[in-house]
Design a protein around this ligand. Structure first.
Ligand code: DOR
Length: 450
């Protein structure tokens, strides 16, 4: 008997582009080969009974900091991707503020090489723009595994920064792929830093790095995109003002919202979590949070991403603002958002749009983001009714904590499948680290076929 499929998932509710259907899905050689009632024909090496579960296209977190090379005490590619698949995430895009930063062809090749036998999901890497490497970006952005160019317009963790208009113009003038921007205005950050220093309290964080700081940089990024005819993606949008601006720029700009900003709000989060709630751009008040949800509801927001940015509790214990900004999120991404689905704040279809199809479209991830024949066999099986409690003790992140400790949620990932490999089931990591560099539709010619 010849095997028709390597893996068959039977009887789940498949979240297909045409809507939910109860059916089977067969995966052969890493790709979705059939959807329907596979019946007795379904000779398979492995069969998963998904009765009662929803089968989602693999969840993608397009903004994570996995700290390798440079900061293995916070995270590395092995621990970060383990956290990802435990949380139902099948692919991630990793940020360049490592040590050394990913600002050269050598650093990019080094990161890609580090994936082998260590990554549990597929990974792409952003190359970091600097005031000195702009003229090389045309060549850097097409390297295998490269997701595109990331620009820190304002200082955050690490030394990457391109703040002035001339240097930013040089970045936008080189290359053709969508540019990712961390939009906080550096001049205003410097001017207002005394607010943070004087307060010595993380409650001042959204006042120092205020909504105007974010709006000014986002406005400049959109203006540069128009001037150079270059697509731009605004990372972690956090304010009502940016949502309003970006809803007028859908022809050239995409944007993402972090789940933390949809879930936590000032001042309570700073009261409860102290510096653990400190991230850049900051978590803001209920007014801004309502605008973020409105942008989810209106369809203007393209995608969600966590900005998973682990720091140890010891580092977080420094007196604000010496405490580093950032919090882990990749493992809690899906549980937190499924809980919002259970609470009626968004539909499951919109969750998939924001957390799978959206990132695949924005970043041109080849064969990802769609539960459909021919696409990669990346699937996330979820139990929408499961009630669980989020615990850092169940997490794989090296940082050892979560801002959502003790939170009860409804909805939980039960299995994670990457290109037909079952890599997580019932909270257990399974098998070898089979993660590979992601392939991008705009640069496929430069990358060996799978
Ligand atoms: O809060 C943040 N932490 N925002 C960033 O932009 C960087 C990140 C980090 O790398 O720690």
């Amino acid at each position: 008997m010849t095997l028709r499929y390597h893996l068959v998932i039977k009887g789940g509710t498949l979240c297909t582009p045409g809507g939910p259907i109860v059916a089977d899905v067969g995966i052969r050689e890493g790709r979705i080969a059939a959807i329907g009632a596979l019946g007795a024909d379904a000779h398979a090496a492995e069969v998963i009974d998904a009765t009662g579960l929803h089968v989602l296209p693999g969840i993608i977190d397009a903004q994570v900091h996995f700290r390798e090379p440079g900061f293995p005490h916070k995270e590395d590619l092995a621990s970060g991707t383990a956290a990802a698949v435990l949380g139902g995430v099948t692919a991630v895009l990793e940020m360049p503020n490592t040590d050394p930063p990913t600002t050269s062809a050598h650093a990019m090749a080094d990161k890609v090489a580090r994936l082998r036998d260590r990554a549990r999901c597929d990974v792409g890497f952003f190359v970091g723009a600097t005031p000195d490497n702009a003229s090389e970006l045309d060549e850097l952005e097409v390297l295998p595994g490269c997701a595109g160019v990331k620009v820190f317009m304002g200082s955050s963790t690490g030394s990457l920064l391109v703040a002035d208009d001339e240097a930013l113009a040089a970045v936008f003038a080189h290359g053709v792929r969508r540019v990712a921007v961390h939009a906080e205005d550096e001049a205003r950050l410097i001017e207002r830093k005394p607010i943070a220093t004087a307060a010595a309290d993380p409650r001042a964080h959204p006042e120092w790095r205020d909504a105007e700081t974010a709006l000014r940089a986002t406005w400049r990024a959109v203006a540069l995109a128009r001037r150079f005819g270059r697509r731009v993606h605004v990372l972690h949008v956090t304010s009502a003002d940016e949502c309003e601006l970006l809803a007028t720029a859908k022809d050239i700009a995409t944007f993402e919202i972090p789940p933390q900003h949809l879930t936590l709000a000032a001042p309570d989060c700073y009261q409860a979590l102290g510096t653990r709630a400190q991230m850049n751009p900051p978590i803001r008040d209920a007014h801004h949070q309502a605008a973020l949800w409105a942008s989810i509801a209106s369809g203007a927001c393209d995608m969600l991403a966590t900005d998973h940015a682990p720091h140890t509790l010891e580092e977080k214990a420094r007196t604000y603002p010496a405490s580093p900004s950032g919090m882990p999120g990749v493992q809690t991404f899906l549980p937190i958002m499924l809980d919002h689905v259970a609470a009626g704040r968004l539909s499951l279809a919109r969750l998939i749009d924001l957390m799978s199809a959206g990132p695949a479209r924005v970043w041109g991830l080849a064969a990802k983001g769609r539960l459909a024949v021919g696409f990669d066999g990346d699937l996330t099986l979820v139990d929408l009714a499961a009630k669980r409690t989020i615990r850092a003790a169940d997490g794989a992140s090296r940082c050892g904590w979560t801002p959502f400790e003790g939170r009860e949620v409804t909805g939980w990932p039960i299995a994670t499948i990457v290109r037909g490999h079952v890599v997580m089931r019932d909270g257990q990591l399974i098998g070898d680290a089979i993660g590979r560099p992601l392939r991008f539709v705009e640069t496929l010619a430069a990358v060996a076929p799978p």
